[in-house]
Design a protein. Structure first.
Length: 395
């Protein structure tokens, strides 16, 4: 009796549903878990055929399964277990795992069904399938997008290649034009310069101030245009990578004195270029042509942006480690807002007004100095002048 009571307690409190039927398929017992699953009370199902808990087509097939097993011993569900669908009292269905066992009891057969609800597992499985389907769709979309992107990139690459080729052709054309223009313009400019000098010479007996004045304007205009052509030609060579420094040993003081004498000739009225050298050594190992171009550019700017009756200080210094070149003027200075752009090509400060220039000189100076492993610094105050410093490492 105690064992029977224990077994009954286990069945009544089992988490899974447990139903027993007789040989005809009629329900004999049903535990609370099974009642909860199918939404029936024991009184509503006991004595009725188990097929009442099955939806079509399982309902029609159940009795034939049971008869066939009893006559042939061929199990369709009994002793095997499978997933089936249950029918609730409200007409809804749910999936569950069914395990059926056969028991011989008091000379008759009793079949016990063990019902494990798998609704949550199925829902999770369906969600997983849905997610997998969605993921496949997203992967397909992304794959199509990637293919389109790769195609677009290939087309863009082709366009860029064509653009670079065209840019290269334009660069070569520009280079040829600049070289040609420089050569073609120099010839008539030289003729104009010579003619102006001859006019000045032949006009001396007349002692006419107007003739001298206009001849001077012609010479200045020719000089300005020649400087512009030189700047463009220098920039073109730099852009094409054709400028390579040639380092040789030379006397810096001698070069500086020659430059001072040459630039004094084009200085404004009563402008004086004061040159001074610091240090006992005078020999440096740099490119004299590039260095001369840098110094001439800086002194030319000092002349251009300073007024008459002013001094331009030009200094060189050689010490144990460095060679320093400075050019200082007392001119219009550089506005603070413009100073960060000063070495950009074609940039001119806002206070230059009608003073002629291309905005290339300082860009060329900085690039020439860099080719000789030097650097350019400056200090400037508006209307108080500017100091440019080029520093070369002798190491």
């Amino acid at each position: 009796m105690e064992n029977a009571a224990l077994l009954n307690a286990i069945i009544q409190n089992a988490i899974d549903g447990i139903i027993t039927i007789d040989e005809r398929g009629n329900i004999e017992t049903i535990n609370p878990s099974a009642c909860k699953l199918f939404q029936y009370t024991p009184q509503e199902v006991v004595g009725h055929n188990i097929s009442m808990l099955m939806p079509q087509p399982y309902r029609q097939e159940h009795d034939s399964y049971l008869n066939r097993y009893q006559h042939t011993g061929q199990a369709h569900i009994i002793g095997i277990g499978r997933e089936v669908i249950g029918l609730k009292k409200d007409g809804s269905t749910f999936p569950f795992k069914l395990g059926v066992s056969e028991v011989q009891f008091l000379g008759r057969k009793i079949y016990t069904g063990f019902i494990h609800d798998i609704s949550r597992e199925k829902e999770a499985e369906d969600q997983l399938k849905e997610y997998a389907t969605h993921l496949e769709e997203e992967v397909e979309k992304r794959t199509i997008w990637l293919k389109d992107t790769v195609t677009a990139l290939e087309e863009a690459k082709e366009e860029v290649s064509q653009s670079l080729e065209k840019e290269k052709e334009l660069g070569q054309l520009k280079s040829r034009f600049v070289s040609m223009a420089s050569h073609e313009f120099r010839t008539p400019l030289s003729a104009v310069q010579l003619s102006a000098s001859l006019i000045d010479k032949y006009a001396q007996p007349f002692d006419n101030e107007n003739i001298s004045k206009h001849v001077g304007k012609i010479k200045n205009a020719v000089g300005n245009l020649t400087a512009i052509l030189n700047d463009f030609l220098s920039l073109d060579k730099l852009e094409a990578g054709k400028v390579e420094p040639t380092f040789i040993s030379f006397d810096l003081v001698k070069l500086a004195e020659e430059i001072t004498e040459e630039m004094q000739l084009i200085a404004k009225q009563n402008q004086n270029i004061i040159y001074q050298h610091t240090g006992t050594a005078s020999i440096v190992n740099l490119d004299p042509n590039l260095l001369k171009n840098c110094i001439i550019n800086l002194i030319a700017n000092a002349i251009k942006y300073s007024g008459e009756n002013t001094f331009i200080e030009f200094n060189t210094e050689i010490n144990d480690h460095t060679c320093i070149v400075t050019v200082k003027d007392n001119g219009i200075g550089i506005p603070e807002t413009d100073q960060k752009h000063l070495f950009e090509a074609f940039f001119r400060a806002h206070n230059t007004g009608n003073i002629p220039g291309t905005g290339l000189g300082l860009n060329i100076v900085a690039r020439y100095a860099s080719l000789m492993n030097g650097k350019v610094d400056f200090n400037s105050q508006l209307n108080k002048g500017t100091l440019f410093t080029i520093t070369f490492s002798l190491a």
